[in-house]
Design a protein around this ligand. Structure first.
Ligand code: PLP
Length: 363
């Protein structure tokens, strides 16, 4: 697939992934500005102090933050800090943690994931209750946490009510409530609620706040909205997990720029708006959507024969080959012109490709 993508004609912006986008100019400027003189390493520097203060301004004075290089590291470090080897994390089967992180959690934490089949990417309290089996029985792993993604891997967004009931269910059973927030900004933008409300009112214990998909070169933050026993272990687990940056100032400076005047929110609002535009253009073509478009992802069902020709025009991933579901992602730098040009390309291939018999509506 890599070789193929080298062969394809150059496309400045496509719809494959939000982490295929570049760096927001203000973030790039902040990296350049931080490239000045020497400061202490490993986070003991003024950039990190300012970025942590910016997170506290956003999340509340009690919040704690730990910067990491990437999303996989942030998930693994946050959860590993909470786990004993005979414990387990309940998560949706499609969780990035479960299917896209090469077993990093299992290897690093030495613990188990209990993956649950869900609808629309969302775990419910009923799923959690059903997964709580073998409690106290030494023949079975002991669930110690739940992990969800907000926004989910299929672009849907948990409502505040859904989060609250999940938080209640988790805490009723003494489970840590972890959120993979690689796209937390997009979820907050979609819900139109303050990040503090989203995290604190729903009872989330620990979340990641994604930077990479929202305009950073690299960098994620593990955030805890209020003090938690986890904070004791996190600095050590982050270092063991190779996620403690020696030149921390270059992650911190990026976050400082992202949090300044709500750039994170503007970026996410823009990406979400571009997804809505793409969804409305493709829906007008009669292209069905596999999931509701609630953040910056559009999952469309295309005629099988249309997928490859369209991929040749502008690269994107086939999400579910069997069901002909493709994933299109928008980013902070997607323009309306990009969306219209892509939707025109979709229109062209869909018009010239008859649906296969199994994709035709029943007579
Ligand atoms: C939901 C989700 N979580 C975590 C990650 C991991 O991020 P990284 O690739 O930086 O490790 C991704 C990246 O695609 C993601 O989509």
């Amino acid at each position: 697939m890599l070789a193929e993508s080298f062969d394809r004609p150059p496309a400045r912006r496509h719809f494959a992934s939000d982490n295929n986008a570049g760096i927001h100019p203000l973030v790039l400027a902040a990296i350049a500005a931080a490239n000045d003189g020497h400061v202490a390493g490993y986070g003991d520097d003024p950039y990190t102090q300012r970025a942590e203060a910016a997170f506290r301004a956003l999340l509340g004075a009690q919040a704690r933050v730990f910067f990491t290089f990437n999303g996989t590291g942030a998930n693994v470090v946050a959860l590993a800090a909470a786990m004993r080897p005979y414990e387990a994390v309940i998560c949706p089967a499609g969780a990035h943690l479960n299917v896209d992180e090469c077993g990093a959690f299992e290897r690093f934490a030495g613990a188990k994931l209990i993956d649950v089949a869900v609808e629309d990417g969302k775990l419910t309290p009923q799923h959690v209750e059903a997964a709580l089996t073998g409690l106290g029985d030494p023949h079975h792993v002991q669930p110690a946490a739940i992990s969800i993604s907000q926004a989910t891997e299929v672009g849907t967004v948990y409502t505040l009510g859904e989060l609250r009931s999940l938080g209640e269910a988790a805490h009723r059973h003494g489970l840590l409530f972890h959120v993979d927030g690689a796209r937390l900004a997009n979820a907050a933008a979609a819900l139109g609620v303050e990040l503090r409300t989203l995290l604190v009112e729903s009872g989330i214990d620990v979340a990641t706040f994604g930077g990479t998909k929202n305009g950073l070169a690299f960098g994620e933050a593990i955030v805890l909205p209020r003090p938690h026993a986890l904070c004791e272990a996190l600095p050590f687990v982050r270092k063991q997990g190779a996620q403690l940056a020696s030149k921390m100032r270059f992650i911190a400076a990026q976050f400082e720029a992202l949090l300044h005047q709500d750039l994170w929110l503007q970026n996410a609002q823009h990406a979400n708006a571009m997804a809505q535009l793409l969804a409305s253009r493709t829906a007008a073509l009669g292209v069905p959507l596999a999931y509701p478009v609630q953040s910056n992802a559009v999952f469309a069902i295309l005629p099988r024969e249309a997928i490859e020709p369209l991929q040749r025009e502008r690269w994107f991933y086939e999400w579910d080959a069997k069901r002909c579901i493709v994933r299109w992602m928008t980013a902070f730098d997607t323009t309306e012109d990009d969306v219209h040009a892509f939707a025109d390309a979709v229109a062209k291939v869909v018009r010239t490709t008859p649906p296969l018999p199994e994709q035709r509506a029943p007579a």
